[in-house]
Write a protein that binds this ligand. Structure first.
Ligand code: 48N
Length: 333
């Protein structure tokens, strides 16, 4: 008997199916493999001897994964906006953009298998995340609980940084117009000549590869990359480090920027204002935010407070939409 053909339906159908399935489960009309009809997961408890999963063939799993991924690669090969780096700034940017413009195709490229960057813990591996007001308003907008005390009216604390990052990540991934390509590294920028720009170039997309491939270019024969075209790239790859500050360092190495000022010592009060207010398009088509910007401007670092990351994301999203609207025609080549 030939194996069942996995009829791949697009994500919307799957969501509709799940809705229908939930309804059928609730009203008890959903037949299950073992003849019993579960209404809830609790129904399974105490009844494990009859428990059985629906049958599957391995190729169905393979086709479900590969068809979805290659469909996404095809869809996002031409994106409206690419965000490089899914740390607290990149994710805040993505949330604000997708909420404001559900019509835009937004690709997030994250080098690590686990998105979230440095926002899974507070400072020195402590759990609590501190955000100075008014960044608490961003927490309100995505319904993250926090503590604010009368004796410390200028900041709030989220009980665990992972609560912030997991909630923000789930909000971002729930948008149908966002695709996260994690374990994927941006290893170069697509550029176009731009005589009117001091840098002589305009950024028009990103060059990507599996991160594990990027890490082994020195010990393997040539492994060429893939590409994503987009009129606007928002780079939030963090401060300098093995993968950090990627786009701005690449601008220097391609001669589009003279040099980086380099991040300065820790000064919370000046750092956070400078990063938020400085978030901007630094060469046509490339907006930089979060701690990557500190490397460009020589801003101070702020250490373990995250308000500037989320509000830099709010500003980066606003900058991107401004550029998108004012330079749409030019961006399409
Ligand atoms: O969390 P980060 O590193 O960067 P930001 O700017 O979102 O947040 C910075 C913040 O965590 C701090 O550093 C805090 C506030 N401390 C400040 C201080 O003074 O110490 O996220 C950057 C993300 C990471 O997930 C990287 O894996 C990713 O960017 N990334 C890349 N992804 C794809 N391609 C690349 N080339 C790349 N480089 C970095």
């Amino acid at each position: 008997m030939s194996p069942p053909v996995a009829l791949y339906s697009n994500p919307v159908d799957v969501v509709v199916d799940l809705a229908k399935k939930e309804l059928a489960t609730k009203n008890g009309t959903l037949p299950t493999v073992d003849g019993t009809t579960y209404k809830t997961v609790e129904d399974m408890q105490g009844n494990w001897e009859n428990f059985k999963f629906a049958p599957i063939r391995e190729s169905q799993v393979s086709r479900a994964m590969t068809r979805a991924y290659f469909k996404d690669l095809d869809t996002y090969a031409e994106s409206d906006i690419v965000i490089v780096g899914a740390g607290s700034c990149g994710l805040s940017t993505a949330y604000m953009l997708a909420k404001t413009r559900p019509d835009l195709k937004i690709a997030i490229i994250e080098a690590s298998v686990s998105p979230g960057g440095g926002a899974w813990l507070g400072g020195q591996l402590f759990s609590t995340m501190v955000l100075r007001k008014p960044a608490h308003l961003f927490l309100d907008s995505i319904n993250i609980p926090y503590t604010s005390t009368p004796e410390n009216p200028n900041y709030v604390t989220v009980k665990h940084a992972a609560l912030f990052t997991s909630t923000l990540l789930s909000r971002v991934l729930s948008f149908p117009n966002i695709k996260l390509f994690n374990a994927t590294c941006v290893e170069d920028l697509i550029t176009r000549p731009s005589p009117s720009s001091p840098s002589g170039i305009r950024v028009a997309g990103v060059v990507t590869n599996w991160t594990l491939v990027t890490m082994h270019h020195d010990d393997q024969s040539c492994m060429d990359p893939n590409t994503i075209n987009a009129p606007i790239i928002i780079s939030t790859t963090g401060h300098d480090g093995p993968f950090g500050a990627f786009s701005v360092k690449r601008l220097v190495s391609m001669g589009a920027t003279e040099k980086l000022a380099g991040m300065r010592g820790l000064d919370m009060n000046s750092a956070e204002d400078a990063i938020v207010k400085g978030t901007r398009e630094i060469v046509p088509g490339l907006i930089v935010g979060g701690m990557e910007l500190a490397e460009v401007d020589g801003a101070n670092r702020m250490g373990p407070t995250f308000g500037a990351m989320v509000l830099s994301g709010v500003k980066a999203a606003e900058e991107a939409l401004r550029v998108f609207e004012t330079r749409k025609g030019e961006c399409e080549e």
